[in-house]
Design a protein around this ligand. Structure first.
Ligand code: F6P
Length: 552
């Protein structure tokens, strides 16, 4: 089924208009000058999102390199690319992931208003609700201490074993919402196949009081299966009897058969469906570690916040649609300014894993080069997303953002109210002042005249000049609550959708991660002995043979 009437975005009429706009004015737009000329610029280019609980998030797009004409053209591009048609197909449960013949329906996981949501003619809402009810009941048992380990002691440590989407979402959300956590429960996440990850985790926990969540959509991922087996062996060294596994291992998966083979009672399996992509699975059973940590009521608020952003995305016209605007700006910088990267810097320590989470969301979704029309795209697609919390990142890589040769569009995120307003809120005021100052400095820069006026020696002057005009989107939340976080994640989900819809690529498969996995499997067998290998290229042979010699 075709969801777009074009193959190459660059063939769309508005694409050429945007190119002309870039060539004539776009590349010389001075945001600083536009602010001077138009006192209403902030109001024109900022949008406020209202969440289900009445809290708000301000998205200030006004420090981006756009004028009103460019903004209109970008909105026209979204219309030209029929993104509303693709969005409606997405929300109707159609198989927009056409390369895998699947619906993309994680939106049904946050259907807190209980709408009928169908895939293949079947309403999935009752099943989603039944898994949520199971997670609620289970989490209440564990959190209250009624669920005990095999020696009768309550659970103290949760270890989530998973990788990619079965790890990044839960890690990020448990960290982001730590303020709401039950502090006598510790959560650990094991993802890496490097034995150090599981070994160091097992040193910190006690088999009698540990619950392992084996999180894997497919239950065939090599890293997760190996780590889960290592955990099982470690557990049985103390517990001895395999009957005790039921109290200490649960599965979050779509694959009941493999779960049973592993030895987990399928009663202790929390399921979801193939229409939930790994990187969109934190809303599903994969979120169980989050529920255990922050409680079901908070998880429900997280889902409601997410649903509110879905509602905004499906109901708002393109020009006021916040995720659509975010996606269009990304296309503007990528395809007309030639930007390669996108920086996300949360001014929020609780969000320290947010950039890592967004890396999978954005780069696994839009790191594609074949269009929905099955042609090689004639333009650049997915950005290289990176980031670290500020103010730390200011003291590491912001130098390059301010004075490097590359244009790096950046998103800054701040919650106005701190969960920890210590020292009379001094820390928060300092944090916020940096949030405002960085965006302002990137925009206004510092001219040669200003640097000279400071009395700097002639030869030093060019080194202290800041060109400015470096774009930022500033996202100001009221408080980093579960509802706010839910909405913020969905802002990025639909921004990613918008980019993919314009670039006309399938944002929902991930064949690119397969080749390395296959090769690793066959090389794995070659590492079982000490016989030198000759079957690869000279570099790979050389490295493998040196490894064999050194690790023997
Ligand atoms: O690395 C690719 C990938 O398929 C991701 O998309 C996914 O999140 C991850 O592997 C983990 O997969 P699973 O949940 O099936 O173990």
């Amino acid at each position: 089924m075709s969801f777009s009437s074009f193959s190459q975005a660059s063939d769309l009429p508005t694409w050429s208009k945007l190119q002309e706009a870039y060539d004539s004015v776009g590349k010389t737009i001075s945001v600083k000058e536009l602010f001077k000329a138009d006192p209403a610029r902030f109001e024109k280019f900022s949008r406020t999102f209202t969440n289900y609980d009445g809290s708000e998030i301000l998205f200030d797009f006004s420090k981006n390199i756009i004028n009103e004409d460019v903004f209109k053209l970008l909105v026209e591009l979204a219309g030209d690319a029929s993104i509303e048609k693709l969005r409606d197909a997405f929300f109707a449960g159609e198989k927009i992931n056409f390369t895998e013949d699947r619906a993309v329906y994680h939106i049904a996981l946050r259907n807190q208003s209980n709408k009928v949501m169908k895939v293949d003619g079947v309403d999935v809402t009752p099943e989603v609700n039944s898994v949520l009810a199971h997670m609620k009941e289970f989490s209440e048992e564990v959190r209250s201490g009624r669920w005990t380990g095999y020696t009768g002691k309550p659970i103290k440590s949760i270890v989530n074993i998973g990788i990619g989407g079965s790890d990044l979402g839960p890690v990020m959300v448990t960290e982001a919402l730590k303020f709401y956590a039950k502090r006598d429960l510790s959560v650990f996440f094991v993802s890496n196949i490097d034995g150090t990850h599981i070994a160091e985790t097992l040193k910190a926990v006690d088999p009698e009081t540990t619950l392992f969540l084996v999180a894997s959509k497919t239950f065939t991922t090599a890293e997760t299966c190996t780590n889960a087996n290592t955990a099982k062996t470690w557990f049985l060294e103390t517990a001895k009897d395999t009957a005790h596994i039921a109290k200490h291992f649960v599965a979050l998966s779509t694959n009941a058969e493999e779960v049973a083979k592993f030895g987990i009672d399928v009663k202790n399996m929390f399921g979801f469906e193939s229409w939930v992509g790994g990187r969109y699975s934190v809303w599903s059973a994969i979120g169980l570690s989050v529920i255990l940590y922050i409680g079901y009521d908070n998880f429900e608020k997280f889902l409601k916040g997410a649903e509110a952003m879905d509602k905004h995305f499906t109901e708002q016209p393109l020009e006021s649609n916040i995720p659509v605007i975010g996606g269009l700006l990304s296309v503007w910088y990528n395809n007309f300014f030639g930007a390669q990267t996108h920086l996300v810097a949360p001014f929020d320590q609780y969000l320290h894993r947010f950039p890592a989470y967004l890396q999978q969301l954005s780069m696994e979704s839009n790191g594609k080069s074949i269009s929905r029309g099955n042609e090689f795209v004639k333009y650049s697609t997915g950005s290289i997303l990176f980031g670290e919390p500020a103010t730390n990142s200011q003291h590491s890589f912001f130098q390059l953002v301010h004075q490097g040769t590359k244009l790096i569009p950046a998103d800054f995120i701040l919650a106005a109210q701190s969960h920890n307003p210590i020292e009379g809120n001094l820390h928060q005021r300092m944090l916020a002042s940096n949030f405002f100052a960085q965006a302002e400095a990137l925009m206004v820069g510092k001219t040669e005249e200003q640097v000279k006026a400071e009395g700097n020696p002639e030869n030093i002057v060019p080194h202290k000049v800041f060109s400015g005009n470096r774009p930022t989107t500033n996202i100001l939340c009221q408080k980093m609550t579960p509802a706010t976080l839910g909405a913020l994640i969905v802002y990025y989900e639909h921004l990613t959708f918008t980019e993919g819809a314009i670039w006309n690529i399938n944002s929902y498969d991930q064949f690119g991660v397969e080749l390395g996995k296959v090769l690793a499997k066959s090389i794995g067998k070659e590492l079982d002995d000490s016989i030198p290998v000759e079957s690869h290229d000279a570099s790979t042979n050389g490295l493998i043979n040196k490894f064999k010699a050194w690790s023997a």
